[in-house]
Design a protein around this ligand. Structure first.
Ligand SMILES: O=C(CO)[C@H](O)[C@H](O)COP(=O)(O)O
Ligand SMILES: [Fe+2]
Length: 236
């Protein structure tokens, strides 16, 4: 058996005006985690939510809030996100080369689970010291799209990084973003769906925003994602 599958709908594609009910809907349909995309309008050319919204959502759910920080200064976010009730704090390696050790220790001290994300163009070797450090990160988010926006095309060339990582770290949580639907259409007939590609490469945490929220039956999508991860693990 592999590392437990975690299906994390990205709330970026939800109706932000009804975030609490959207979150409860996803959990009732079988989501394990809620993926929260924090963007600062600087590291990425888009602005979303921050600690105040996490704090508001936390009042409505005890669920694991898997926070992905697409920000230039993640250290500034550790205290506010910890107070707000974030569960996971995933920062980008591209902006944390100098201070990741301090960052990881502070994230843990605030009771959050540290993770590191890398953009499609960033070599996988850059996260090795963070996984092997004295205070290691507990998850690696391999970006399969350029950070900043939901609904982009999956980049299959990023899968080699997932494969290398899974081989090197058999029990690490590896997160990938996938789409099994494109523009509301089943992505079948053209070869294996992107979630199967990611799952067979070794991803066990699956983030999906537009494909879940854009589906007429989001619960079916969530269970398909889970089956894909579990099926790939059985074949390994
Ligand atoms: O980090 C992200 C974008 O920067 C999102 O989490 C991700 O793109 C999920 O949305 P979708 O499945 O629509 O791509
Ligand atoms: Fe994300």
């Amino acid at each position: 058996m592999g590392v437990a599958a975690k299906i994390a709908p990205s709330m970026l594609s939800s109706d932000f005006a009804n975030l609490a009910s959207e979150a409860k809907r996803m959990l009732s349909l079988g989501a394990d985690w809620l993926h929260m995309d924090i963007m600062d309008g600087h590291f990425v050319p888009n602005l979303t939510i921050g600690a105040p919204v996490i704090e508001s959502l936390r009042k409505h759910t005890t669920a694991y809030l898997d926070c992905h920080l697409m920000v230039t200064n993640p250290l500034d976010y550790v205290d506010p996100m910890g107070k707000a009730g974030a569960s996971g704090f995933t920062f980008h390696v591209e902006v944390s080369k100098e201070n990741w050790q301090e960052l990881v220790q502070k994230i843990k001290a605030k009771g959050m689970r540290p993770g590191v994300a890398l953009k499609p163009g960033t070599p996988i070797e850059e996260v090795y010291p963070l996984v092997e450090g004295e205070h290691p990160v507990e998850m690696v988010l391999v970006m399969t799209v350029e950070p900043g926006f939901g609904g982009q095309k999956f980049m299959p060339e990023t899968m080699e990084k997932v494969r290398v990582l899974r081989k090197k770290y058999p029990s690490l949580d590896i997160e990938g973003i996938t789409h099994i639907y494109g523009n509301g259409q089943v992505d079948g007939g053209l070869g294996p769906s992107t979630v199967d590609v990611a799952a067979s490469a070794g991803a066990n945490c699956i983030v999906a925003g537009s494909s879940v929220f854009g589906a007429s039956e989001p619960g079916q999508v969530i269970s398909l994602l889970r089956k894909s991860v579990q099926g790939a693990q059985q074949n390994n």
